[in-house]
Design a binder for this molecule. Structure first.
Ligand SMILES: *Cc1c(COP(=O)(O)O)cnc(C)c1O
Length: 384
């Protein structure tokens, strides 16, 4: 089965896009411009966790768009105030800086920790991913992403994700350790508790900040509102974006009390950030996702999905937490993960993605049903 790629000569080729143009979405389903229906187990890379076009999010956006869309950060708006309260109350209790993406949330975190400890070094982990802007890219120690864009921002040190490596790297010169609790873009690598505890203790010993990048793990993806809630460690700050806006672009840096007084007027900013429409969408997404029943179901369905994935041929490893999962395929001369993903899309109408030559990642909306999980696994089985 073939699908002609839509022509888009004026899009810079920063993405190797699939030859499909989507037109409509509802819940766990997408429809392309030919009317074909797809089961979406990627949800815009963990963005549409409430499902596509969730009625509560759509209603909030419609209502707010007709009332007030933008005034800038020189003024207050009620959606922004309420969202800051909600973010702080549900996590670290300090202050919130709004921005428009995950990379920007990490940029804010990097500026914050540098200001808290002037000139300090930032320790990051191998296989980490923090975004594509210069500061976030400098925190993303992957040769293929960094090398063409040198020189990068100085003052970053990358170490393996082990307790010993972190203890050795964190010194009096360290401003922060910035890390994910589950590394998403490198194939859903769950960071072991002993590594998180070592990072917490090392930061405490030298007065450095521990920052968790929860851009992918946050907003319920791992089965608790924040990924750190399933670990023995509480960070000094966290960053969030992706699912926060229920499908609209918004990011945030959330601090604990200690870091809440570091930024002063003029230190950082963003014209659009935390605008009323995206903040209203995020409040609606919070109403859907910050729900103990839904979160318990995310944990249970995640276990179910991984148990089903274990049964598939060619699958040699299954990893994940909550509804953030990945499988590794055997290096047996069979089709690569990118090939399987393309055929899943075109032949099985199942949307998943490959994070590497042998790894397929599954990030279904958190409102997915058990039947849809079984259906997705059956569609994958056809190709393995
Ligand atoms: C996606 C992601 C980012 C980057 O977010 P953008 O919105 O694409 O800038 C940063 N950190 C993690 C962990 C991510 O998964």
């Amino acid at each position: 089965m073939t699908t002609a790629a839509p022509e888009a000569p004026h899009l810079l080729p920063t993405y190797a896009r699939f030859p499909v143009e989507f037109e409509r979405g509802a819940g766990t389903r997408l429809w392309d411009r030919n009317g074909h229906e797809y089961l979406d187990f990627l949800c815009g890379i963990s963005v549409s966790s409430v499902g596509h076009c969730h009625p509560k999010v759509v209603a909030a956006v419609r209502e707010q768009a007709g009332r007030l869309m933008h005034v800038s950060n020189l003024f207050y708006t009620e959606p922004m105030r309420r969202l800051a309260d909600r973010l702080a109350a549900s996590s670290l209790g300090g202050g919130v800086f709004f921005c428009n993406s995950g990379a920007e949330a990490n940029e804010a975190a990097l500026k914050l920790v540098r200001k808290a400890k002037p000139g300090g070094e930032v320790v990051v982990l191998h296989n980490g991913f923090h975004g594509r802007t210069y500061g976030a890219l400098s925190a993303t120690p992957q040769e293929s992403k960094q090398a063409p864009f040198a020189p990068l921002v100085p003052g970053f040190r990358a170490v393996p994700a082990t307790a010993d490596a972190i203890r050795a790297a964190v010194t009096d010169a360290t401003a922060a350790v910035v890390m994910e609790v589950v590394q998403g873009e490198s194939g859903v690598l769950v960071i072991p508790d002993d590594v998180l505890v070592a990072a917490r203790e090392a930061c405490d010993a030298v007065g450095a900040a521990l920052v968790f990048d929860e851009v992918q793990t946050g907003m319920g993806r791992t089965g608790t509102l924040w990924g750190y809630e399933q670990t023995p460690v509480v960070p000094d700050a966290l960053t969030t974006a992706k699912a926060l806006g229920g499908g609209l672009p918004i990011g945030a840096l959330v601090t604990g009390p200690r870091l809440a007084t570091v930024f002063e007027p003029g230190d950082h900013g963003s014209t659009f950030a935390g605008g009323p429409v995206v903040a209203a969408a995020a409040l609606a997404a919070f109403d859907v996702l910050d729900d103990p029943e839904l979160l318990a179901r995310v944990r249970e369905l995640g276990e179910h999905l991984r148990a089903r994935l274990e049964e598939l041929p060619r699958v040699v490893a299954v990893r994940g937490r909550g509804l953030m999962s990945a499988v590794d395929l055997a290096d047996d001369g069979g089709p690569s993960a990118p090939d399987v993903v393309l055929r899943a899309l075109l032949e099985q109408r199942l949307v998943v993605n490959a994070t590497g030559p042998r790894t397929i990642r599954l990030l279904p909306p958190l409102v997915v049903t058990r039947d849809e999980i079984d259906e997705a696994v059956d569609r994958l089985r056809e190709l393995l």
